[in-house]
Design a protein around this ligand. Structure first.
Ligand SMILES: *[C@@H]1O[C@H](CO)[C@@H](O)[C@H](O)[C@H]1NC(C)=O
Ligand SMILES: *[C@@H]1O[C@H](CO)[C@@H](O)[C@H](O)[C@H]1NC(C)=O
Ligand SMILES: *[C@@H]1O[C@H](CO)[C@@H](O)[C@H](O)[C@H]1NC(C)=O
Ligand SMILES: *[C@@H]1O[C@H](CO)[C@@H](O)[C@H](O)[C@H]1NC(C)=O
Ligand SMILES: *[C@@H]1O[C@H](CO)[C@@H](O)[C@H](O)[C@H]1NC(C)=O
Ligand SMILES: [Fe+2]
Length: 610
């Protein structure tokens, strides 16, 4: 008996430890909401105002909370719940070894009671300003004592709601399967039995309507906790419209619409985008690439691990420079919701100014996909039970099947081959075949700039953990792929996952193929590998070991920008998120014959016959 108890205790401790290590990046996971109890006190109160938000159509608004407690403590905190009528009944358990929770849902955000009122612990009175976004339900605010680990509900506020909680919000553009197709994906509270979703769009002065399709995500399509338990929140209706036969480079305006079945129309605000160039078109083309940005709260809530300023700084810099950006790639670890579904709405709200204006193309990372026993290449718990479902629904990507998150997309003189490192990429796999096909099928005379993108570092990185393994890469990363990069003359390969910036020399099989550092003329003879995972998440340390191939390292938040001036000239820049300034750069100048030229392991056969 004693032994069984001990074993149970060990299992529980192990479960907790595993939880801690796998969801460590998600601040909401620090709250033991499943242990929450009720200790309502008649003299404690919390009051929110205003009670109706978005009266002029805004999707983001600030509320002010005033609260008081008879037994204040420094670790009192305030949780925001949405829907407002959060359940206080005992909730179903997911894992038989873990106690069922008493509150069925985690708050969507939280802040300490003393945040704006340091005197709270003495006076018992405080106030707080919080930013809310329209996410389809009303809100309530709860004052807790007992800290994050033993939460006790002391007071519950009045309810607050947006005037139309169902409104269409947070459009995100993505390139379609054809070069002249743009897809628009958005979220609303209108299902197919209530309204018909569509996009009204056209070049200036004209307008037409295109239908949208509707998808939902239900709890049963997710793989585990917290996504299926306290992290679950109805993601609403996700609509995608396919805008086809676009005229290259033309500016289109659009707005999201829902026609209710009683004839009423519900509209979003008006947005605009510029249609993509024809593949091969010679014009100025500017691409931004980064990984691991995550999201954060402008009001300072949920702050953890210094995500806050990193993520918001990157977002701010991109918005400021938006007129000089044509397309964005966020190569995995998109919002670190880690099974707390409310965070996806908050992420799409954060990037809305960017994603509603230029195509926002994502790749899949461990925090989107990994979950044991679900076919992910890595069997860890980094997705918090989402197993890819949220990423696959919230953002459109032109894949053949969304669960296999690899795809190819063209932007003018660029060809991008996007791999999915959460599925096996080694020789003989379906993904390897795709990668080879993507690299081999591009017309380099028209699309000279061939870029490989993936979440984990399949190339080279001096991150301390990779250095300690001795591999300087994700194990098995480049062994299969380097001969493809070399054979098809990939110019640049970029990765996230490691939260810093690093650039290599043009390299093949660990050897620099070119001594130059800033101005490459003629054939590169190898591929330049870049880690650009510093867009927001807490930074990763470098090893102190110096390698020949590492040309530039930066332990800071930043992102990469590629500018193609024409078929012969490319500029690469690394910018810091704190000031938008360039801290590393290089140029490539070369002609078509330099791409055709023979280098090691990439020569076509020739014959002596004439
Ligand atoms: C506010 O609360 C936090 C969390 O309990 C605590 O770490 C901090 O010291 C408090 N600040 C003040 C000014 O009391
Ligand atoms: C809470 O409100 C939602 C709709 O806002 C409703 O579907 C649900 O049944 C309510 N739950 C409780 C416990 O009242
Ligand atoms: C149609 O339904 C909506 C939502 O229920 C309501 O606000 C609107 O007044 C209705 N319009 C008409 C013409 O009945
Ligand atoms: C690239 O490789 C070719 C053939 O091996 C060689 O002639 C050329 O000098 C190399 N270019 C550079 C920049 O090293
Ligand atoms: C964000 O940018 C500000 C300056 O604009 C800087 O002071 C701050 O350190 C930056 N934060 C991070 C985490 O880089
Ligand atoms: Fe990652």
């Amino acid at each position: 008996m004693k032994e069984i108890k001990l074993r149970l205790a060990i299992l529980l401790v192990l479960a907790t430890l595993q939880n801690a290590s796998s969801h460590g990046e998600q601040p909401l996971s620090r709250i033991s909401i499943h242990k929450a109890t009720f200790a309502l006190h008649e003299l404690a109160y919390i009051q929110a105002s205003p009670t109706v938000l978005g009266l002029r159509g805004e999707n983001t608004e600030w509320v002010t909370l005033e609260f008081g407690s008879k037994n204040p403590s420094v670790d009192d905190w305030i949780g925001v719940f949405s829907p407002a009528n959060f359940s206080a009944s005992t909730c179903p358990e997911e894992n038989p070894r873990v106690y069922p929770p008493f509150l069925c849902s985690a708050p969507i955000k939280f802040q300490y009671a003393n945040y704006s009122a340091p005197e709270y612990k003495d006076t018992g009175k405080g106030f707080l300003k919080l930013q809310l976004i329209n996410q389809r339900s009303d809100f309530s605010f709860v004052l807790f004592s007992g800290g994050l680990l033993n939460p006790k509900v002391v007071a519950v506020s009045n309810h607050v709601a947006f005037s139309n909680p169902d409104a269409p919000v947070y459009p995100r553009l993505a390139q379609g399967k054809e070069w002249n197709e743009m897809t628009v994906t958005w979220t609303s509270g209108y299902g197919i039995n209530e309204a018909e979703p569509f996009v009204e769009w056209g070049p200036r002065g004209e307008s037409m309507r295109s239908p949208a399709v509707t998808q939902t995500v239900d709890r049963n399509s997710l793989c585990g906790a917290p996504a299926r338990t306290v992290g679950w929140r109805d993601p609403g209706f996700i609509h995608t419209s396919f805008l086809k036969e676009l005229w290259p480079n033309r500016v289109y305006t659009y707005k999201l619409g829902h026609r209710l079945f009683n004839g009423t129309y519900i509209w979003s605000q008006t947005y605009h985008f510029r249609a993509s160039p024809y593949p091969g078109q010679n014009s100025l083309q500017r691409v931004v690439i980064f990984g691991d940005m995550g999201k954060d709260e402008a009001d300072g809530s949920n702050e953890y691990n210094n995500f806050q300023r990193g993520s918001l700084n990157t977002t701010k810099q991109l918005i400021q420079d938006l007129k000089n950006i044509d397309i964005v790639f966020h190569i995995g670890d998109v919002c670190y919701a880690n099974g707390y579904l409310s965070q996806w709405d908050q992420f799409t709200a954060q990037v809305e100014p960017i994603a509603s204006t230029v195509p926002y193309m994502i790749a899949s990372g461990n925090h989107e996909r990994d979950w044991p026993g679900t076919g992910s290449f890595y069997e860890n718990m980094d997705s918090g039970g989402e197993c890819g479902v949220l990423a696959e629904n919230m953002f459109y990507v032109p894949t053949e099947t969304r669960a296999k998150f690899w795809y190819s997309t063209d932007y003018g003189m660029f060809r991008f081959c996007i791999a999915d490192t959460e599925h096996d990429w080694r020789e003989g796999t379906e993904q390897y075949k795709f990668i080879e096909h993507c690299l081999a099928s591009v017309d380099r005379q028209k699309q000279p700039w061939l870029i490989f993108l993936a979440h984990r570092v399949l190339g080279y990185s001096s991150c301390i953990s990779y250095a300690e393994e001795g591999s300087f890469e994700e194990p098995m990363g480049r062994e299969s792929l380097q001969k493809l990069w070399q054979k098809y003359k990939v110019d640049i390969a970029l990765y996230g996952h490691v939260h810093n910036y690093e650039r290599t020399c043009p390299i093949y099989q660990n050897i620099c193929t070119n001594e130059e550092k800033h101005y490459y003329k003629g054939s590169l003879n190898g591929t330049i590998h870049v880690v650009a995972g510093g867009a927001g998440a807490s930074l990763s340390t470098f090893t102190t070991l110096q390698t020949k191939w590492s040309i530039f390292k930066d332990y800071d938040h930043g992102f990469v920008k590629l500018t193609a001036f024409d078929h012969s000239n490319l500029l690469f820049e690394y910018k810091k998120s704190r000031d938008g300034q360039v801290y590393d750069s290089f140029r490539i100048s070369r002609d078509y014959r330099d791409i055709l030229a023979c280098t090691v392991d990439s020569c076509s056969s020739t014959t002596l016959a004439s």
